[in-house]
Design a protein around this ligand. Structure first.
Ligand SMILES: N[C@@H](CCC(=O)N[C@@H](CS)C(=O)NCC(=O)O)C(=O)O
Length: 217
């Protein structure tokens, strides 16, 4: 039994981020599946862990943590090596800005609109709303163009080694790349493509691919 119990299912991008952080830091954890698609996040039991009915939640030392940024901060503080948060103030601010942007804008457009319609609805045998997809595409392209600015000239989103925000974005990008529209947009952004090729080669990425998507990454 490990000191950490992670509540959440493998299809969740945020749960995958936390799993990747554990693997990158070489820390073991136990996982209890809580499936969003089956409505399990809104059970009374789970609402006691996460009052907003989301995953992930992390139980450790008799305490429950929620919100991925906070969980990442906790792991970084307790397991500082390898460092996934830049020491330099400017780089750390840059990282925080990217985390906010990914959480507040990218997730909604890329997962809530594009991937939900093109990947999740077909999986659930629900109809696909092409109007939602068409409206999302210019926003996705704009978001790629913002990623391209740093990634045209460096390996990772923030200066220096790989950091938390690369692991925040990677599971989201994995869903985008399951859509033909996402792959078409990616072809126009060579820096983002290079980043994607680098992050998906990491062991932590490979080992956290959700079982049902194992062939498509
Ligand atoms: N702000 C939360 C977001 C977590 C989140 O949106 N998780 C999704 C799965 S990727 C979820 O639990 N959705 C369930 C729902 O909205 O009902 C975090 O950073 O952890």
């Amino acid at each position: 039994m490990s000191d950490f119990v992670l509540y959440g299912f493998d299809g969740s991008t945020y749960v995958r981020t936390v799993r990747m952080l554990f693997l990158e830091k070489g820390v073991t954890y136990d996982q209890v599946p809580v499936d969003v698609l089956k409505g399990e996040t809104h059970s009374p039991e789970h609402l006691r862990r996460h009052p907003f009915g989301k995953v992930p939640a992390l139980e450790t030392g008799g305490r429950i943590l929620y919100e991925t940024d906070a969980i990442a901060e906790f792991l970084e503080g307790h397991f500082p090596s390898p460092a996934l948060v830049p020491r330099q103030l400017d780089d750390r601010v840059d990282m925080r800005q990217w985390a906010a942007v990914i959480n507040n804008y990218y997730y909604q457009t890329m997962i809530g609109e594009l991937a939900w319609q093109r990947v999740i609805n077909p999986l659930l045998q629900r109809p696909v709303d092409e109007i939602v997809i068409a409206a999302a595409l210019p926003k996705v392209r704009h978001q790629f163009s913002l990623l391209e600015q740093p990634l045209a000239t460096r390996t990772w989103l923030v200066a220096g080694p790989v950091s938390y925000v690369d692991f925040l974005l990677a599971p989201i990008m994995a869903y985008v790349m399951m859509t033909p529209e996402g792959r078409e947009i990616m072809a126009d952004f060579p820096g983002v493509q290079r980043w994607w090729d680098n992050i998906r080669q990491r062991e932590s990425f490979e080992r956290t691919i959700p079982e049902r998507f194992r062939t498509s990454g």
